[in-house]
Design a protein. Sequence first.
Length: 202
Amino acid sequence: MAQFSQGFLSSLGRPEMSQSLFGLGAAIGGVPGQMKQRQKEQAFNQLMQQAQQAMASGDAAALANISQQLAASGYQREAQQLSQASREASQKAQRVSAGQQLLSGVPSTMRAGAETLAQEGLIEQALEAQGLAQTRQIEKGKQALATFASARGMQMSDPKAREGFFRIAKAYEVPMDQASAIYENFTTTTAAGDRTTKGEVI
């Protein structure tokens, strides 16, 4: 059994000794809390580093995930900021995608880009994009009509050829007046009955 000197036992009764031992006990008892706080701060710093990388790359999904982790750790202000950054990154990515779709030159893809802009609330830009898609559609339709009408051996005066011609025009949404003008251009004959056109689209 441990033996304590009489002096040590006597000192325990002195106020200053009691306060010293109390402070030591409090310090020892506070170690786990300090370690926990330090770990929390380290985790926070790591998340913020990840957030910086995600913002640099425009990774909306990563920003949203980090925001959720921060909120769960009690960092509400930072979580809200990253949540906003995630939404902005997502919107930017959608606009970039819409721009790429519009530049594709493919009518269906261009229309998809217009729909993306509309979903973002950019109605004016969406309408303009839709108009560009429609114009491109008609241009491709005219090219298809010219190719059809100028095919070797094609007789545009044949009812079946005429039916096929206007079926193509309808599929490409070429306005009737424009389709008719192209048709007449390919069916116009000279007094001798020869075709005067060289296959140009008017």
